[in-house]
Design a protein around this ligand. Structure first.
Ligand SMILES: Nc1ncnc2c1ncn2[C@@H]1O[C@H](COP(=O)(O)OP(=O)(O)OP(=O)(O)O)[C@@H](O)[C@H]1O
Ligand SMILES: [Mg+2]
Length: 252
């Protein structure tokens, strides 16, 4: 099952990916986390790795002449890519948790990020998972990735929705774009501190045809770890993510 975690900037996509991956790890499910965010670089820290993986962009030798390089002898020339096919130097791996990254925009004036979008799309399309694997894709904020076709290869979209009007608006737009691509869309409410907010958000999302399948509380452990650039702790947000993972895994 390939799940892209999407939503407004700052709504908690990376936190949710991390908590779900850690829950998968605790259940002996192999979680492949795909860092598809071209701007933010801290996901590896949230997951508890010391270093980011070498980006897959490097595997094909950088952004220039992408088409030519993708047909050369590397995993991208194959029609299917299994987790075990990915060369170990391009991943971080620990106890059933695997992190790969597409690439980051590092320099000013280095050109547009389109080659990374192409690589990302091809990787997700060709990615094949075995019975005991789940792929969690930490998407860039907003909706542009739909325009770039990055979501073509994924099965389901999980929306991270925080209590704000803007977050709901982005969720609505993603729902309509994803529905046009025949993807399942579910929402997880994040940074929640009252049952009243849960009811308001759930009702509002329902009017837009979006089903809420989980509620992750505002958790000082998550906030603090994000502030310090540390691995997310296993507190109440982690426990709530466990229920979301159970829901998703039951669907696969
Ligand atoms: N459940 C939570 N409890 C407390 N704070 C949270 C929670 N989830 C996220 N945060 C806070 O929100 C911030 C943004 O979270 P996160 O980086 O996961 O969002 P994002 O959607 O990945 O952002 P971006 O769009 O920049 O990639 C974190 O730095 C943290 O302070
Ligand atoms: Mg993020």
């Amino acid at each position: 099952m390939k799940i892209s975690v999407c939503g407004k900037g700052g709504s908690g996509k990376s936190a949710l990916v991390t908590l779900l991956a850690k829950q998968a790890q605790d259940r002996n499910i192999t979680a492949l986390v795909v860092d598809s965010d071209e701007s933010n670089s801290g996901l590896f820290r949230m997951l508890g790795f010391e270093q980011p993986p070498v980006p897959l962009m490097e595997l094909i030798g950088g952004k220039g002449k992408l088409k030519e390089k993708m047909s050369q002898a590397n995993i991208f020339a194959e029609s299917q890519i299994f987790v075990e096919d990915i060369p170990s130097q391009y991943m971080q791996r620990k106890d059933g948790l695997v992190l790969v990254g597409i690439g980051k925009i590092l320099q000013a004036l280095e050109g547009c990020a389109c080659p990374m979008g192409v690589l990302n799309r091809e990787f997700l399309k060709k990615l094949r998972l075995t019975e005991n694997e789940i792929a969690l894709i930490d998407m860039e904020a907003g909706v542009e990735h739909f325009g770039r076709g990055i979501d073509e290869g994924i099965d389901n979209v999980l929306l991270a929705v925080e209590p704000s009007f803007e977050s709901i608006s982005v969720a609505e737009r993603i729902k309509s774009l994803a529905a046009g691509m025949d993807k399942h869309v579910w929402a997880v409410l994040n940074k929640i501190d009252s049952q009243d907010i849960v009811m308001k958000l759930t009702d509002e999302l329902k009017t837009k045809g979006i089903e809420v399948v989980g509620v992750v509380p505002h958790d000082p452990l998550v906030f603090d770890a994000c502030l310090r650039g540390q691995a997310l702790g296993k507190g109440k947000a982690f426990r709530a993510a466990g229920k979301v993972l159970d829901f998703l895994w039951a669907k696969h």
